[in-house]
Structure formats: C-alpha cells, structure tokens
Design a protein around this ligand. Structure first.
Ligand code: FAD
Length: 464
C-alpha cells in the first residue's frame, strides 16, 4: 500500500471538485483529486448539463427543419433524423470538455487518482483503484465533492432500459413512440422536450399542482401553456404509485386514476446526495435527514478540516452553484477573502422557450410580507424576438416598494438563460430597477425586454 501527502485532497471531480482542484492549484496548494469515473467533469459534463444541452440544440434544429423554417422562406424537403449522428455529436462535445479538464489538471499539476475515495480517520483518505489496490493519502484538508445521483420513487424500480433515469434518456437508441416523464422539474421538461421534438408522444406526470417547483409561479404557469401548445401532455397532482414493464410497454399506476402506458418511462423526481461508502463516520461528518452534509459558512462540515461543496451539501443543485461555492471555499482555505451568495444563483430550464430566474419569487415576497413593485414586459413587441421567430414570453422584474432595490427577475422567453446573467450581475451590485432601466441597452436585442420590464417596475415602459 503506497502513501502520499497533499495539502488538499478532493473527493469527486464534478463542477465542484474539479473547479476546487484548479483554483487550489492556481493558489499554490499541493492538490489531489480522486474520481471514480474514467472521465473528469462529473454529472454535469458526462451525463447532465452538457449532453442534455447538445440534444436540446440538435432536436430543436430537427424540429425547425420540419416546419418553423418555412416561415423564414426556407423550404426544406422532408428532413430525416439520424439519431446515431445526433448522439455522436453529443458524445464528441462531452469528450472535448472532459479532455479539457484532464488537460488543465496536467497543466496545473493537480494529482489525479482514479478510484473510489473514502475517509479513513482524521487527515487520511484511502483510494481504491479498479484493481482493488489501495493508496493512502495524508491530507492537510479534505474536500468532499461527491455530488448526487438520481432519486428513487417508491414503487418504481428503474431497470436502466424501459424504466430509466436521465442518463438512460440521454442515450435512447431509438425515438420511443411514447414516453411518460415522472416529474415536471427542469430535467424532466428538458428531456421530455428533446424526445417530443424528435417525435415521441410525451405525458408528464407531476405530483404537485404546478410545474417547475421553485420557479416564480406566474412564470411557470405561462411556460406550462407554451409546453401544452407544443403537444406535451401534463397530468398535475398525479401521485405515481408503481410502474411495471409489460412486454414492450410500461404500465404506470397513478393514485385515483386509470393506469397509463408508454414505451418508456423517465423517472426525474430529483437527485439525492452521494455519500455511500465515503467513510463519513470515521471522522464524524454528520448528515441531515435527507443525507445531505450540513456545512457552516466556510463550507466546513461537523468534522474539523473536512469541507464539503456542491450537490452533496444541498441547496440549488446546479453546476454553477457547485463551482462558485467550491472556488470560494478553497480561496478561503488558501487565506484569501472570498464570498459566495447562494441567494443569487440563477436557475434555468433550457426548454423552448427557456425559463430563468434569479432572486426571490413573487410568492416568496408575499409569504415574507415584503412590500414590492412588479414590472412586466412581453417579448412580442421586441424587434429582435420577432426577427428570431421566437417572441413568446415575458420578463418580470420585482423590486422593493420603498428602496426600489431589485429583489427578483423571472423570465420565460427566448434565450432567457443568457438574459438572466444581466439581472444577476445587477442584483449582485445591489442595483435598483431604475439603475437597470437607465443602462443603455443595444438595439435590437432581447435584453431590451429586460430593460422595459425594469422601466415598468419603477415608472412607465417607453413602449408600454
Ligand atoms: P457531480 O457533478 O455529481 O460530481 C461528483 C463526482 O464525484 C462524480 O464524478 C462522481 O463520479 C464522483 N464521486 C462520487 N463519489 C465518489 C467517491 N467516493 N470516490 C471518487 N469519486 C466519487 N445543472 C446546471 O447548472 N445546468 C444544467 O443545465 C443542468 N442540467 C442537468 C441535466 C441533467 C440531465 C442532470 C442529471 C443534471 C443537470 N444539472 C444541471 C445539475 C448538475 O449536473 C449538478 O448540479 C452538478 O453536476 C453538481 O456538481 P457536483 O460537482 O456537486 O457533483
């Protein structure tokens, strides 16, 4: 058994772990990163953000070629789907990005260990390789960045084929004739959109009485209307109690309703923290009721010298939250002043139209009795949106009634995911809705709709 010593040992190389490793190395720490998968980059790069966005873009192109391009005067003969090529393109993007992380590890001299990492008493981490060989690492500090995995739904056993999770749905070998998506969060809606555009009949079952939990309710209601117009079917307040493969179909049982059937089922009911076999008990790292690792303001766990970041600690389970939290954590470990504000993490659903938000929702403000003003502007009057042929949706700006400080911005519309960055930056600098409205915005751009909504919030929109 070999033994090595490092200033910082990181377990997991997803957006939290690899970002922590790169930043720590930049700041001069002798850094090691343990990853059990062959490719670096975690859920996000391998089976999450990146492959899903690749399929969203490709399926949108196919969909446009089938009809929407004709409105631009571009006539396309009946387009043919080459799903193998579509998956191939997705895999190439994943390979380029994961190789890029491996290259950066080499450049910055991050020591990479392949295998399963586990804590083994204070300051000790053991790596078990695929061949069973163990390496003991002595660590000044340990950072847990082991992320998350798809959550189970009682009564529904995933077989990795007909009843699968997001990873299965990113690689269906053929377009299913029908697909039941259990869960109307971002992952379910994005992958449901992909397969709908490629020809599958989609039914989304959601336990709650709304889609996109956590999103501003008014914006989510508008999005639901657009998704229904696209042909996606929704059953809200649907409690799924079981699923069974019956030949080439899956039967899904829903409390108080007739069972539904489809060729495939995608279980997308959230994600749970990845902590099994991590040896947390060996150093006294506590977990909460749901298995997440609680941390203090410096991301330190209940065990001194052991830190945790990313999905494994809960909060917004998003790649950019994981990265920013990880970077702030290692900067503090390296003696720098660093802060990360979890209240200003934008959240995006990359459907068509996209749905994006940052800050408080209108429901949050009402619940907390915060006095607010609201400004709304539609995309339909925006020249750029009309030129793009994507003019559905609107921007909603929420600001404090007395101080005018921006409290939340919510968008359903074209490129909402890109537009929300301006709102996040303004909020990070404590801007008011008037500040945002008085910034000169280029014409014609979609960002003018954000400006109009800000104008509507503090005064009157120019085009209102
Ligand atoms: P992970 O990315 O899960 O990385 C953890 C890593 O640790 C993994 O590589 C794992 O193999 C490794 N590991 C775990 N245990 C051990 C161990 N004991 N030893 C060694 N290695 C270990 N987020 C967004 O912000 N935008 C999106 O568009 C988006 N789309 C998504 C789409 C899908 C289909 C999915 C599933 C997720 C999506 N997410 C998105 C969420 C995003 O992927 C996660 O929030 C992000 O990956 C969390 O980063 P992390 O580093 O905390 O964990």
């Amino acid at each position: 058994m070999s033994e090595r010593t490092h200033d910082l040992v990181i377990i997991g190389a997803g957006p939290a772990g690899y970002a922590a490793a790169l930043r720590a190395a930049q700041l001069g720490l002798d850094t090691a990163c343990i990853e059990r998968e062959e490719r670096l980059g975690g859920t996000c790069l391998r089976v999450g953000c990146i492959p899903s966005k690749a399929l969203l873009e490709s399926s949108e192109k196919f969909h446009e070629a089938q009809g929407a391009l004709a409105a631009h005067g571009v006539k396309v003969a009946r387009p043919k789907l080459d799903l193998k090529a579509m998956h191939g393109r997705k895999d190439e993007i994943v390979t380029a990005l994961t190789d890029g992380i491996a290259g950066l590890f080499q450049k910055l001299r991050v020591t990479r260990y392949a295998g399963d990492g586990r804590l083994d008493g204070p300051g000790r981490v053991v790596v078990t390789g695929a061949d069973g060989a163990e390496t003991v690492l002595k660590a000044g500090k340990v950072l847990i960045a082991t992320g998350s995995e798809p959550a189970d739904l009682p009564g529904v056993t995933r077989d990795g084929d007909r009843i699968g999770d997001s990873t299965t749905a990113l690689a269906y070998p053929a377009v299913p004739e029908s697909l039941i998506v259990i869960g109307a969060g971002a992952i379910g809606l994005e992958l449901g959109s992909v397969w709908s555009r490629l020809g599958a009949k989609i039914t989304v079952l959601e336990y709650l009485d709304r889609i996109l939990p956590g999103t501003d309710a008014e914006i989510a209601r508008t999005a639901l209307r657009f998704f229904k117009d696209q042909g996606l079917e929704f059953v809200l307040k649907a409690k799924v109690t079981g699923a069974e493969v019956q030949g080439k179909q899956v039967r899904v049982d829903v409390e108080g309703r007739e069972p539904l059937t489809a060729a495939r089922v995608l279980v997308a009911v959230g994600r749970r923290p990845h902590t099994a076999g991590l040896g947390l008990e060996s150093v006294g790292v506590a977990t909460d009721r749901r298995g997440f690792i609680p941390v203090n303001g410096s991301c330190e766990t209940s065990a001194a010298g052991v830190f945790a970041v990313g999905d494994v600690i809960g909060g917004a389970m998003l790649a950019h939250k994981a990265t920013d939290e990880a970077v702030a954590c290692v900067e503090r470990l390296a003696g720098k002043a660093a802060a990360f504000d979890p209240a200003l993490v934008p959240a995006i659903c990359y459907t068509d139209p996209e749905v994006a938000g940052v800050g408080r929702t209108e429901e949050d403000l009402k619940a907390d009795g915060v006095p607010y003003r609201k400004g709304v502007a539609p995309f339909r009057a925006n020249g750029r949106a009309l030129a793009l042929g994507h003019a559905d949706g609107r921007v909603k700006v929420l600001a404090h009634k007395e101080t005018d400080r921006l409290l939340g911005v919510h968008i359903v519309g074209p490129r909402a995911g890109d537009l929300i960055a301006e709102a996040a930056a303004a909020m990070a600098y404590g801007a008011s809705s008037e500040d945002l409205a008085r910034v000169c915005h280029a014409h014609p751009t979609l960002s003018e709709v954000l400006r109009e909504a800000a104008q509507a919030c503090y005064d009157t929109p120019l085009h209102g």
